[in-house]
Design a protein around this ligand. Structure first.
Ligand code: SF4
Ligand code: SF4
Length: 428
């Protein structure tokens, strides 16, 4: 899990974020640490523009110590001297962001190198992360750092919104670095966002041979400064519930697997993926989730505008069609309150529609209205020829919530319904 601790910054670097509030309140950070501790997570990453500038950093680090979690801090390397003391005192590990040299002022570049030298004494674990913001720039300058400072690992980070073809020049360099630094245990690893097709077969094969790694587009759970969770930094435009909603990290992880499963497979946004062997081999799920989400959000805006502009001008049938489309788009994006608005209108027009009750069940449940959710699943079951899908969905949700008593009672109902169905089939 990653905490986006503060939006404060020492310089305007690429990938900086803008969120409110500027600083994560300490109680939110501690709540997130409780969730991590409940899963016995060994370490948590502090990110944000420059986490070492958080005014209550020491209180947050005390929270780590109390829970036995190792703090890993991702820094630009430009830090106040108080932060240096805290890094040593709280045995933090560092992830050192390295940008293109032209992005630093001469003074900042000098300060960053001096700080890096200071932490290269072997007492603090430092991993280098190269921030690739310009795909056509020359990143050969990285060799100077790999040769002159001590790092435990070398990671490369990109924006996952780039076209995979744009990666060619930087992939060629990374491939060379894999050969050059294999002896120093500094084979570059790729952060998520680079798909197998960004590499040639030879590059991909060589990476596999030397144990190089690339991260997949799976939840890289984040907590925003206001305490809401997100799938990953690139998906922060679609924040989820507050971190205090979750008992442990496993639950949060499962939440994002469930909520975005349909979005993950929206291959309509990447027709080039159809027939790709990496899909069938399970190596990839198409272009990044963030790219698909941006495509889906554009569709959401288009439908929203149509529903607003054409109110009163559309036939009932045409409006219902738009409402169904909008409900489905909202559910794919996890925008449940918007989906509820559309589905409630559909329910008023078509109260006997089982699918509408099922979708409402999902949306109410996901927004914490469990009683209303159960009611809708049961209505769907009553209105359907086969009540089992709705009842099984409700059963699974009881189990996931840890409500074993309700689940067991419902299991009895499901068994009775199964008997009735079998009996009906036998008679027919
Ligand atoms: S959308 Fe996927 S590839 Fe992009 S940052 Fe998130 S997890 Fe990584
Ligand atoms: S599935 Fe799509 S994104 Fe993934 S490797 Fe194949 S072509 Fe590239």
């Amino acid at each position: 899990m990653e905490l986006y601790l503060t939006m404060r910054r020492r310089a305007d670097f690429p990938f900086n974020m803008d969120c409110t509030p500027e600083d994560m309140p300490v109680d939110v950070a501690l709540r997130a640490l409780d969730v991590a501790a409940a899963s016995k997570s060994p370490q948590i990453l502090l990110r944000g523009n420059e986490p070492l500038l958080h005014p209550d950093l020491e209180m947050v680090l005390k929270g780590f110590r109390k829970r036995g979690i190792i703090p890993v801090i991702e820094t630009s390397g430009l830090m106040p001297s108080m932060a240096k003391r805290l890094i040593r005192e709280y045995h933090c590990r560092l992830i050192w962001r390295l940008y293109r040299p032209s992005l630093y002022s001469p003074e900042d570049l000098e300060e960053m190198k001096a700080n890096l030298k200071e932490f290269s004494d072997g007492t603090i674990t430092v991993r280098l992360v190269v921030m690739v913001d310009d795909m056509s720039a020359d990143y050969g300058f990285v060799r100077e750092y790999l040769d002159n400072y001590e790092f435990e690992a070398n990671l490369w980070r990109f924006s996952c919104l780039h076209d995979q073809a744009d990666f060619s020049p930087v992939m060629a360099l990374i491939s060379d670095l894999m050969r050059e630094y294999i002896g120093k245990n500094l084979v570059p690893a790729l952060a998520c966002g680079v798909m197998p097709c960004a590499m040639t077969d030879a590059q991909f094969g060589f990476m596999a041979k030397v144990g190089g790694k690339y991260a997949r587009c799976i939840p890289h759970l984040g907590v925003l400064p206001d305490g809401r969770v997100c799938h990953c930094q690139a998906m922060r435009m679609l924040p989820g519930p507050h971190i205090s909603t979750f008992k442990n990290e496993g639950e949060l992880h499962q939440y994002y697997i469930d909520v975005f499963i349909s979005l993950q497979w929206q291959l309509s946004f990447c027709p080039e993926c159809n027939g790709c062997p990496c899909l069938s081999a399970g190596l990839c799920t198409g272009v990044s989730m963030a790219k698909k989400a941006h495509g889906m959000l554009a569709k959401y805006e288009e439908l929203k505008a149509k529903l607003a502009a054409e109110q009163g001008e559309l036939s009932d049938e045409a409006r219902m069609k738009l409402l169904w489309e909008m409900s489905e788009v909202c559910m794919i994006l996890g925008l449940y309150p918007d989906a509820i608005e559309c589905l409630e209108e559909i329910r008023r027009q078509a109260p006997e529609n089982g699918k509408c009750h099922f979708y409402l069940g999902v949306c109410y449940w996901e927004t914490g209205s469990l009683a209303e959710g159960e009611d809708e699943f049961r209505k769907c079951a009553r209105l359907s020829d086969n009540p089992l899908p709705a009842l099984n969905e409700l059963f699974n949700r009881f189990v996931k919530n840890g409500n074993t008593i309700r689940a067991r009672l419902l299991q009895g109902e499901i068994e009775k319904e199964e008997l009735k169905l079998r009996e009906a089939q036998r008679k027919s």
